[in-house]
Design a protein around this ligand. Sequence first.
Ligand SMILES: [Zn+2]
Ligand SMILES: [Zn+2]
Length: 447
Amino acid sequence: MTETRKKVLVVDDDEMLRDLAADILSAEFEVQTARDGQEGWEKAQAWRPDLVVTDLMMPRMHGYELCGLLKGPDGIPGVKIIVSSSKTFTTDVAQARDAGADDYLVKPYMPAEMLKRVRGLFGLGGAATAPAPEPEMSITGRGAAPDPEELRARPAGEGRLPVYVRFWGTRGSCPTSNAKVAGYGGNTACVELRVGDTPIIFDCGTGLRELGDSLIAEFAGKPLQAHIFVGHTHWDHIQGFPFFTPFYNPKNKFNIFSVHGAHGSLGRIFTQSMSLDYFPIPLASLGAKLGFVEMKGPVDLGVAKISFQHLNHPGVCIGFRVETQGKVVTYLSDHEPFSKLGGVSDLSLRQDAEIAAFARGSDMVIREAQYTEAEYATRKGWGHATYDDAAKFALESGVKRMAITHHDPYHTDAMLDENIAYCRGLIRQGGGKTDCFGAREGMCIDI
Ligand SMILES: [Zn+2]
Ligand SMILES: [Zn+2]
């Protein structure tokens, strides 16, 4: 007598791990696979699996969003979910459970452990972990669909447009202000990449306020359109948002790009950040036309093409690669190397190599380094890198120039000078040619 075999859908963008999980599970279960969250969601709707084993960081659709959809009102009733990720941040375990995961299995894992977890969830023996609470609310609101006209607002035109990078906020974690940090600046993450007269903005830390003032002065009453890319929505990357004065002018238009949040849509995160408990003016009252775009792949702005890559930081965090006018600029903040956090393994080395490959060929990489190795000893798992990590990255990726940013609020100008010189020294010792420097507020560099 044979029982119907349970159906398990394995969703992972890493081919090797996807095949491994499928091999382990197919001995006892019927298994299908999908290459990312989007394909996983499509297959789940058609095949109605009993269990979905999903990775977190994947192109097109990440694992949190897939969990939300599977357990949402249009999801698969009764489906179980195991999130399997190399992310070991406690935040991610908690967020995965909030999103609907029944269990969380850290990669790399032993085959027996995977089988035990799956059998446990199906009540087939083997200890299951405690079930996660049902998600409190369904995921609603998918962000405004991109308006192709707006994305192509400024055609490239004849010849090559001038490209420059300007730093408006170079501090990480928390804004700071005193005479000892004035050289590198105290505003949090905000970088402007200018292609002709099109501003492309990375992150909305407190530096965004002065960028807004500068754009208003420059555009002198003419309508302003800009594209804003947000790597993640921790405070130091969004606190300048309500203070960006161009948002208050009805003539202006902005698209805000990122990916779906761990707990809901991108638009909802920004709406909540400006709810009356936090700010006197709600987002809906801003005069300018704002579109929230959840990226599923590269975005073509006409003057520039922007792709994204998941980084290793608590929650959802992505980096951006911009290809424009024959040049490449990459923005990677915040990120703790996989092999640094989880230890050296085939998997972690492959993941680190993927980040280096994402930046390869860049004329400039803007990336974080927040700690010395001594400081890192007590800050492991906070989602940030050291100067040694940045130097290693420069040697691996071979990028032309590397701006170190997201400076620790406790680092004075003197400490930063020393730390950056140390990083430069490591690159030289390793035979690298990358020109490494510390990003300072106000610094403007032609690309
Ligand atoms: Zn940060
Ligand atoms: Zn962060």
